[in-house]
Design a protein around this ligand. Structure first.
Ligand SMILES: [Zn+2]
Length: 438
């Protein structure tokens, strides 16, 4: 450090100027190097070295030799030695020290792994690599960011799956805590572009066109304690948690139920499930959240009316608007029955229009009991699923749907598990429990 400072001071005396950025980067680099040397010494300190350790096969692995490993730490590369054991029975080799340090199967220290998870969760792996170089002075490959972010996401997803499996066996511990006035479950699906191999045997969503995407399901849980002076609901700050995956509605239902349970679903005085009209959503609501108030997002319901209006009056803007607004008014006032009647009674001889009217009337009929909007408003409840729609954009869209991105299901699920955990403010807990396990 002294030598470095001498060079820096000599340089600035000579020119009378200080290139602060060049100096700060240079100093960071040297400080890192000094730190890496200290870490190297720490890792070289004599540690207890048993002559044998137990092997997974039930026999005992014997000390074989010492092996060297290069590790990238937040202070730069270090090299260290650790004992290697081999089981004479199954010939499996193992390095207990790597497990202890949480560096098994990786050339990156826990600190670097965590940084990779952070940048790989927030931006493309490419950008993540650049961020690490700029912000942390670490040189890593794009592939390394991808591999580590995905490995950590996969670990998170695996732990969640364990919890879900416990939930199925009704082994979930009762979650204690203060009562929750209103708890909401919102769920939705959004399309994620995937690599071709993930589309085998799947038909596209648009007839005649091959599938390019798979549906990722996202759910969120949040709470509400109060309303504003106008009686409009206020979401409790920082109360939203997310969970999502590309998976069947059946598996997703269990995942969402487990998340809600953890959030204290059983303690909620009022329970609400909010979503659009998709059938799988209400199947999940019926199976996993019985007794909850079911609400169809009012904006979706309105959108349906605008769609019909567009078909009925394709060239008459005035009529289109007045017809749609009339029915929306009825919907807002709780007159869903009138809306259905109007749709069924609309006079037309065109068969395609009759089909559209019937389909839409059926939609309102099916969701009739989920459209008592004045009643929900009076109770100060949310009637729009804006939280999950925003979630689809922030949790999934902004990271997984950038142009040129094509995902494997495994990769997409890993990154979404990671993002959900971080955006639900659970990552620190996960990381702490992970180091305890190591
Ligand atoms: Zn063995």
């Amino acid at each position: 450090m002294n030598r470095l400072l001498q060079v820096v001071f000599a340089g600035s005396r000579k020119t009378g100027q200080v290139d602060l950025e060049a100096v700060e980067m240079l100093v960071r680099e040297s400080v890192h190097r000094a730190g890496a040397a200290a870490l190297e010494r720490l890792l070289a300190m004599p540690a207890p070295q048993p002559s044998n350790v137990s092997c997974g096969c039930g026999h005992t692995a014997q000390y074989h030799d010492k092996r060297s490993k290069q590790l990238l730490t937040v202070l730069g590369p270090v090299r260290f030695q650790r004992p290697y054991y081999v089981c004479p029975h199954c010939h499996q080799g193992q390095i207990p020290r790597d497990e202890e340090l949480d560096v098994a199967g990786t050339e990156c220290s826990p600190g670097v792994q965590r940084m990779m998870a952070a940048v790989g969760s927030d931006c493309s792996f490419n950008q993540g690599r650049d961020q690490l170089a700029l912000l942390a002075g670490l040189k890593v490959t794009t592939k390394a960011v991808e591999r580590h972010a995905e490995a950590i996401g996969t670990d998170i997803a695996r732990r969640e799956q364990d919890k879900v499996n416990h939930a199925l066996q009704l082994e979930l511990p009762q979650i204690l805590g203060s009562p929750v006035p209103v708890m909401y479950v919102e769920l939705d699906g959004t399309q994620v572009p995937v690599v071709r191999a993930e589309l085998k045997g799947r038909v596209g969503r648009i007839e005649g066109k091959p599938a390019r995407t798979r549906e990722m399901k996202l759910g969120c849980i949040f709470t509400q304690t109060t309303t504003d002076e106008k009686g409009r609901p206020i979401r409790d700050e920082a109360s939203t948690t997310y969970t999502g995956a590309i998976e069947t509605a059946e598996l997703f239902g269990r995942r969402l139920y487990t998340e809600a349970w953890e959030r204290g679903w059983s303690r909620a005085s009022k329970k609400v499930v909010l979503g659009d009209g998709a059938e799988w959503i209400w199947n999940i609501a019926a199976q996993h959240f019985p007794g909850a108030i079911q609400i169809v997002d009012i904006w979706h319901a309105r959108e349906h009316l605008w769609d019909v209006a567009g078909k009925l009056f394709p060239s008459d803007d005035k009529k289109r608007k007045s017809w749609a607004k009339k029915l929306i008014k009825k919907l807002n006032r709780g007159g869903v029955q009138t809306v259905i009647a109007e749709l069924r009674a609309f006079p037309t001889r065109k068969p395609d229009l009759r089909d559209i009217l019937r389909t839409q009337a059926d939609y309102f009929e099916r969701n009739r009991e989920r459209m008592h909007y004045p009643k929900y408003r009076k109770q100060g409840l949310f009637i729009g699923s804006g939280v999950i729609e925003a979630g689809c954009k922030t949790v999934i869209g902004s990271r997984l749907k950038q142009s040129g991105m094509f995902w494997t299901v495994r990769g997409a699920n890993a990154i979404v598990a990671l993002r959900c955990t971080r955006l639900s403010r659970k990552f620190e807990d996960y990381w702490a429990s992970r180091s305890r396990a190591a």
